[in-house]
Design a protein around this ligand. Structure first.
Ligand code: FE2
Length: 272
């Protein structure tokens, strides 16, 4: 299949609430299977199951995640759905601050103890947010992948905080619905484009929740939107970089940025 003149490869989705009945994602096995079919139809071959590790989702139990993924993989194979589900989690910062090293390892991608998906808090981010990330996670040897930073009003008002986080080794995961939004005034869409045009993103992901969220997985559409900025970078965001995360390996170098800086997308409140 060709998109924007380049050969596309299988996609990997690093953020999905596919495990049934434990958080606000798929409600049961049938819904998980339907979501898996929709992911495959969209071009995804592997997905990380990232249920919320958060106080308001007590049914998410770390010790059960790997077995839940095995069970889902078995039922998907029996149903003829070619999708591999890998354990992960979407970690709340308050949870992380109190977690043991063993629990943090179980929350990482593939439970390998390397990459951790951290949920960007929804409220105003205190000035201490960055310090908490580094002291509670980075200093413990984990590489943080920050989920949907584009939704944060604090980052929208002060995107240089993301530049600083990325410069200090935090990876950024932009979520597909922000990129494919048709609302040109959307702060999430604007910041998602700002992040991509500065090559600050390290992954695109669907953050799909199954039937209850009312929207199908749209990672391919997000990849196409990113390809308008740079086709090679778009491929890297959905294949090479997430593959390295799931393998627990260093990220490969991103394609060179050939954009002219003056043509980059600007946030409206930065215009003069
Ligand atoms: Fe999520």
């Amino acid at each position: 299949m060709h998109v924007e003149g380049i050969v596309t490869v299988a996609m990997i989705d690093l953020h999905c609430h596919i495990l049934p009945g434990i958080d606000d994602g798929s409600t049961d096995a049938d819904e998980a299977c339907a979501l898996a079919r929709a992911l495959v139809a969209d071009g995804v071959t592997a997905v990380a199951a990232t249920p919320h590790l958060r106080e308001d989702h007590p049914a998410v139990r770390l010790g059960e995640l790997a077995e839940s993924c095995r069970t889902l993989n078995t039922s998907l194979a029996a149903a003829g759905v070619s999708l591999t589900v890998i354990p992960g989690a979407e970690v709340d910062l308050l949870w992380a601050l109190q977690a043991s090293p063993e629990d943090l390892q179980l929350a990482t991608y593939g439970q390998m103890g390397r990459y951790l998906l951290l949920e960007t808090p929804y409220g105003p981010l205190p000035d201490t947010f960055e310090r908490m990330v580094f002291e509670s996670l980075t200093s413990r040897g984990l590489t943080v992948l920050l989920a949907h930073p584009e939704r944060s009003g604090s980052f929208q008002r002060n995107p240089s905080r993301l530049t600083d986080l990325a410069a200090r080794g935090v990876l950024l995961q932009v979520t597909a619905p922000a990129l494919v939004s048709t609302d040109r005034r959307s702060g999430s869409r604007r910041l998602a484009l700002w992040i991509l045009e500065r090559r600050l993103a390290h992954a695109l992901a669907s953050d799909s929740h199954g039937g209850m969220d009312g929207r199908p997985p749209n990672l391919s559409a997000a990849r196409q939107a990113a390809a308008a900025i740079d086709p090679a970078y778009a491929e890297w965001l959905v294949s090479e970089a997430p593959a390295a995360v799931l393998a627990g390996e260093p990220l490969p170098a991103a394609p060179a940025d050939k954009a002219v800086p003056s043509q980059r997308f600007r946030l409206p409140w930065r215009r003069r």
